[in-house]
Design a binder for this molecule. Structure first.
Ligand SMILES: O=C(O)c1cccc(O)c1O
Ligand SMILES: [Fe+2]
Length: 295
């Protein structure tokens, strides 16, 4: 069993680094911490970065989680290899590029590239947010997989994750600490990053960002609304090259693990992911989510 400490980062390819960075800074509000000719690193909290862009082909390259130390990393390597996965050790240069000390990489059974890292660099200075979006931290990673049930089996068999809520066969929200979910899997045609989430400090931040993004011509995929699972007020919007961002406020914490009863939401219900039953463009851009569309 591999004990996950936290989410670390999303690493994404981009065919247009300038536009990708411009959006992450000016629209999302992240701090640009480092920029080279073919790389950009952005942060939302004290992690060195939670999002990096690599010039090249567009599309997610990896999603990363933190482990406690090298022994745990070595054990993870052994366990995943024994499960029949191809696990590779990151070399020194690749670790430096990720601002971690050590890492391994593997593909989950659906082809999502996952990196497990040790000692992600901490940057203690206050985050210099590019705009006052109210971001408090990198909230969660949501991956795509064609078989959400099989994904749940994989992530709970090998990792310290527990399901918090199901949305039929369309989504599985998982936790590895008291936060309702920091990892989710949504049904998709293939592997991919469904979205990355940032927590914000208040409902006002969600609503202010909604107006701000609309005023800037940004495509709102869904929201503002309230997720019945975590109870969070949310807003999904689309960045360049199809990268979906989510802001949310008020995610539930599960302090008493044993007392939590896993719930099952029907994805065909109009309030399956939005208790306010607001309009959605998500199914236009992500047809696999059609089952979750309101109305
Ligand atoms: O926060 C949630 O509960 C949630 C539910 C459905 C889909 C999501 O992306 C979520 O973050
Ligand atoms: Fe989410």
């Amino acid at each position: 069993m591999i004990t996950i400490q936290d989410i670390a980062y999303v690493r994404s390819g981009t065919a247009d680094l300038e536009t990708a960075v411009g959006f992450a800074v000016d629209m999302v509000g992240l701090e640009l911490v480092e920029r080279t000719e073919d790389r950009a690193f952005l942060r939302a909290d004290n992690r060195h970065h939670c999002l990096s862009f690599v010039a090249g082909e567009a599309g997610v390259l990896a999603s990363a989680f933190t482990l406690a130390d090298e022994d745990q990393l070595a054990d993870a390597e052994t366990e995943l290899a024994a499960a029949g996965l191809t696990v590779t050790r990151g070399d020194k240069a690749a670790a430096v590029d990720r601002h971690v000390r050590e890492f391994i990489a593997f593909e989950d059974p659906f082809g999502n590239v996952v990196e497990l890292v040790v000692d992600q660099k901490e940057v203690p200075t206050p985050v210099n947010f590019a705009r006052a979006a109210g971001i408090t931290e990198f909230g969660h990673i949501c991956l795509d997989a064609p078989d959400v049930r099989a994904a749940h089996k994989f992530w709970t068999r090998h990792f310290s994750m527990k399901v918090s809520d199901w949305i039929g066969d369309a989504a599985c929200l998982m936790r590895f600490d008291p936060v309702h979910h920091k990892m989710a899997v949504f049904k998709g045609a293939g592997p991919g990053l469904c979205h990355m989430n940032f927590q914000v400090a208040s409902i006002d931040d969600v609503m202010r960002s909604w107006h701000f993004l609309v005023d800037n011509g940004i495509e709102i995929e869904q929201g503002p609304g309230r997720h019945p699972q975590s109870g969070a007020v949310f807003l999904y919007f689309k960045g360049p090259e199809g990268l979906t961002y989510e802001y949310s406020y008020g995610v539930r914490r599960i302090e008493d693990d044993d007392a939590w009863r896993v719930r099952y939401f029907d994805p065909s219900e109009p309030d399956a992911i939005d208790m306010w039953r607001g309009p959605t463009n998500r199914c236009a851009s992500q047809p696999q989510l059609r089952g979750l569309a309101a109305g």
